[in-house]
Design a protein around this ligand. Structure first.
Ligand code: PEP
Ligand code: MG
Length: 602
């Protein structure tokens, strides 16, 4: 029997509990015809099931609202709208009437048609997961099967949920008192569900291929959400190891937290600006607690997760002000909607494309859709009235994109002024460097930008031609590839020559070993995922500048990502026990967790 299943660690923490398998398999629906005189009854059954599912979803949304918050609970709004879709229901009714079919037979047929239509498009994945969930609920109701819930976790036992795929909706529904870990066969660190699991603090491993086949229900699992490993039926020794590891990590965390109040300063006394990346509103508090000096990346597209409509200008302005108020005295960098690619919330109606990552996404969408972009710009201007709020544009490849945005900002600033609305007349506009195109014309972009921030997630994807969401290629996806190191060096030089700040806000800045590389290259501002802030700050305070510079110099001359990682490990290893650093700092293909040697203190 398999003893170890590997995946990608997407939400840290070590937990041990029995496996609870969530199979979202559809029930067997028999082809059932009905007598003509029973057609009306089938039509009524269909409508009754819709009402039932809607009220159940409302109830679920209410429960999630109490447990998680308004953003998470909105996920159910989209499902409710989908269940009530009149065009779809009318097509099911026509089928029941014309072919004298039972409600479940007709419903399944039409849902299957829709699934086939949608499944060709990567952009509809998120919506397919919603469709899957409501189809299951409808069929269960119509067939009198499974009661209230799709699956129910015994209330007296903590479990680790194992599923093929975790949708954000499924993730937020989980009762955090009972579900202490998550495993899915699909998904990567950038999947929405992974981001939610992280923000909800549930240790999770995704991209664990073969997990469902390998893990029988009830198997005791030992999950490490950082290393991305799952041990089946751990031996007493392995459990003891895990316990020691947990308590060491706990000690490490306490020690790291002690660093939170110390300044982010190198041993040589140079200050480093450590800002936070904020994706979900719940992260504001963590970022503040972890000592973030402002927000270097406020991802706004997650405001749309699970919503059926775009948030209004005022709703956005309120949110931006709330973030700014939490970080008084610091800069807040709001990124305009980065829609498209793998982010297709229901509120964003996008066309089907063969290659969404190379398609209509990010700044391209915003500039083409004034009704999406302008309210957001106005909200940013309103939040900037009394605070240091700046605007950042994702996926820029053209100077014109910045110029067009500036024109819109000025127009909206003027319009707000004329309407007597309290707002700034303009804001500094910065550019994300996320494509080789932007790197190569960085000098020209610098002429029209107030700052640069490097999105290494996308820059790695577009440079290496590796889909950042593909679990199979996860080991090859590394910002340590010399092509990325050289681009990081190049952009910093261009920014310096132009006199504009350059920071890094991709995940790389949150990985301790990579952070050393960035410091060595000369970066003095990083925007980091809030839970990673203490470790990054500890690294900043511990590794002397000359050592980091030496590592960066070798990395610039290296021939492979492995060489870069090894150089970093050996240089940094002179000052730190590299096993302490996060697993992503390990060589590609050798991701494993480090442990503190007994008695080791920082
Ligand atoms: C990036 O691409 O590195 C980035 C920070 O943006 P996102 O991860 O949201 O695409
Ligand atoms: Mg990006």
């Amino acid at each position: 029997m398999t003893h170890l299943v590997r995946g990608i660690g997407v939400s840290p923490g070590v937990v041990c509990a029995p496996a609870f398998i969530v199979r979202m398999d559809f029930p067997e629906v028999p082809d059932r015809a009905v007598k003509p005189e029973h057609v009306d009854a089938e039509l009524r059954r269909l409508r009754e099931a819709v009402d039932y599912v809607v009220s159940h979803l409302q109830e679920l949304g209410e429960r999630v609202l109490q447990r998680a918050g308004p953003e998470e609970s909105r996920i159910f709004d989209a499902q409710i709208l989908m269940v009530q879709d009149e065009d779809f229901l009318a097509s099911v009714e026509t089928l029941i009437r014309n072919n004298q079919l039972s409600a479940e037979t007709a419903y399944e047929f039409k849902a299957l048609e829709l699934r086939n239509l949608w499944s060709g498009a990567a952009r509809l994945r998120e919506r397919l997961a919603d469709l899957h969930a409501i189809q299951l609920r409808m069929l269960n109701r119509l067939m009198g099967g499974a009661g209230h819930e799709l699956w129910s976790i015994p209330a007296d036992e903590q479990v680790i949920v194992v599923a093929h795929e975790l949708s954000p909706g499924l993730t937020v529904q989980l009762d955090r008192d009972l579900v202490i870990g998550l495993i899915s066969e699909e998904g990567t660190r950038t999947a929405h569900a992974a981001i939610l699991a992280h923000s909800l603090g549930i240790p999770a491993v995704m991209g664990a291929a073969g997990a469902l086949a390998a893990i029988p229900p009830g198997t005791l699992l030992l999950l490490d959400g950082q290393a991305g490993t799952i041990l089946l039926d751990p031996t007493p020794d392995e459990l003891d190891d895990a316990k020691t590891q947990v308590s060491r990590r706990h000690r490490l965390e306490l020690q790291l937290e002690a660093v939170v109040d110390s300044p982010a300063m190198t041993p040589g006394g140079s200050p480093i600006l450590l800002m936070g990346n904020v994706d979900l509103p719940e992260e504001i508090e963590t970022a503040v607690r972890m000592g973030a000096q402002g927000v270097g990346l406020l991802r706004t597209e997650f405001l749309l997760t699970g919503r059926a409509t775009l948030p209004s200008e005022t709703e956005q302005a309120d949110y931006f002000r709330r973030v700014a108020a939490a970080f008084r005295g610091h800069t807040i960098i709001i990124r305009s909607y980065d829609l498209g690619g793998d982010k297709f919330p229901a509120a964003f109606k996008a066309p089907v494309e063969a290659n969404p990552f190379l398609g209509w996404r990010s700044i391209r969408v915003c500039l083409d859709e004034p009704e999406v972009f302008r309210p957001q710009i106005r909200a940013v201007l309103r939040a900037a009235a009394d605070r240091d709020v700046q605007l950042m544009l994702p996926l820029v490849t053209l100077v014109e994109e910045v110029e067009q945005t500036r024109a819109i900002v000025l127009e909206e600033g003027e319009s707000l002024r004329r309407s007597g609305i309290h707002a700034a007349e303009s804001v500094p506009i910065g550019v994300m460097i996320e494509t080789p195109a932007a790197v190569l014309i960085a000098d020209r972009l610098a002429e029209v930008s107030a700052f640069f921030s490097i999105g290494t997630n996308d820059l790695t994807q577009y440079t290496l031609a590796i889909d950042r969401g593909n679990a199979r290629l996860a080991d090859r996806f590394t910002p340590h590839h010399p092509s990325i190191v050289r681009q990081l060096h190049q952009v910093l030089q261009v920014g310096r020559a132009a006199g504009i700040p350059v920071s890094v806000c991709g995940e790389m800045a949150s990985e301790s070993l990579s952070a050393v590389l960035l410091l060595g290259l000369g970066y003095d501002r990083l925007s980091v995922s809030p839970p990673a802030l203490p470790l990054v700050k500890w690294v900043v305070r511990t590794v002397p500048e000359p050592a980091a510079a030496r590592a960066a110099e070798s990395a610039l001359a290296a021939a492979s990502a492995e060489d870069v990682t090894e150089t970093l490990r050996s240089v940094v290893g002179e000052y730190l026990d590299v096993r302490l650093l996060d697993p992503n700092s390990a060589l590609p293909g050798q991701r494993r967790v480090g442990t503190l040697p007994p008695g080791q203190t920082l």
